[in-house]
Ligand binder design. Sequence first.
Ligand code: GLU
Length: 546
Amino acid sequence: MDYNALAELLFPQIQTTPAEIEAKYPPRNLPEGAKVTRMAPSPTGFMHLGNLFSAIVDERLAHQSGGVLCLRIEDTDLKRSVEGGVQTIVRVFHEYELGFDEGATADGETGAYGPYYQRQRAEIYQTFAKWLVQQGKAYPCFCSEEELNAIREKQTALKENIGYYGKYAVYRDASFEQIKEKIDAGERFVLRFRSEGNPENRRKVNDLVKGTVEFPENEQDLVLLKSDGIPTYHFAHVVDDHLMQTTHVVRGEEWLATLPFHVQLFQAMGWKLPKYVHTSQLMKMDGGSKRKLSKRKDPELALDFYKQAGYCVPAVKEYIMTLLNSNFEDWRLANPTADLNEFKFTTQKMSASGSLFDIDKLNDVSKNVISRMSVEQVYSHLTGWAEQFDPDFHKLLTRDPAYTRSILAIGRGGKKPRKDLATWSDAKPYMDFFFDELFQPDDCYPEHVTEEDRRTILTRYLDLYDPADDNTQWFERIKALADEVGYASNMKDYKKNPEAFRGNVGDVSMVIRVAVTGRQNSPDMYEVMGILGKEKVAERLKKALA
Ligand code: GLU
């Protein structure tokens, strides 16, 4: 067979040579050890935790080493691409502060190793495909869906391996004339790789997460180009990551199964294999057993979920880091206020088995992250979130920014900051009573306080509250009030002889707390009252007496 003639027959439109293309991708001028990584999402419009998981690994590997992070768009599958899909990818990664150095942008692309949209690289793939045909390493296949189904059925009946290989690879040895006849008749073909692999031989590849993976050589003549001349993932991966000089391919472990083919392709092209980092599946506990997070069952898989619920970006990233590197939490304990990027991320500390996603743990991490923020940071995050997801609340929050800031300042700073908020949507139930529009009085007074006592306490307190008091004076007044109404002001006395009292100072405080805030749980009442001010406190007490 004259492979050159075959290559011309199949790709008459391609006159570029591999060397001409290679020349457009000169070696990158990077410091020793710098890593080049890339995210290669499909523009499906759905961004999930797995995307972020890989992206954080990519970003850390690249930027920690003074390397380059690229964003490449895998838009080869039109069925999976949606309008605005790229903008969603760019927006979400931007929100997560994953600064790409090159690749797709919201309205185009930037960087010298493009194009970064695979659809725009058709000629490049076809050039290398033609080159493979010239070497006898690829050939056209004209099988219809029905023919392929028939092959599969036969293999199933005979309990043989499924696929297009060996004697089942019906076009592998087609003659030039047979092929020409079909091409002349306008028949469409896919381009298949001519595999020389023998499954009896085993190959080993080192994966930076999974360790040494061993597998039989691939014997399937897999598809490189689909009938529209657009590459499969496999071929695009090999060509792109070679040309863009990716040093580390970070991707989900679902790609491990086709790694043998990728290794074979790199070898057939005569190119250096990149390092592989196959990230583990995200799992969750469900009724006592572990299972994969699923798009259908688990809303928390979608990154939009976190945005709507008001999780803040630093918290989600911090939590993902706890999943990615087993030593991260110890580092955080030792460096409570350090920037996340000061942590030395390494693939060696990544788990080779599934990572267990636990939303309660995320909430804990998030509470810590928010508790370490300044008032100003909280104000800006919270109002930013509310503007988009709770405009009415946003109006209240921004009506008097100083008032809102003083609420957010409660328990902030110091060694043991309060940890009330895991998400920005927690803020409203936490602080709603500060706003009359949201305040909902609730009669959750302690049951053993009689109605008469409740009224006496509230009526007396109306006269007693003085915003000029310091914290101690403020509490002394409540203790004095307790004594006055027959409630123990001293807890020790009360515990010794509870029968001697109608209750204790805790009950008195609780009555006041419920009247002022409408609930039994609230931040420090001294601070709360200070922020509400004398008039508002009086108003609430009166309302509770009405
Ligand atoms: N589009 C592929 C995915 O999202 C990319 C895998 C890769 O990074 O190579 O799974």
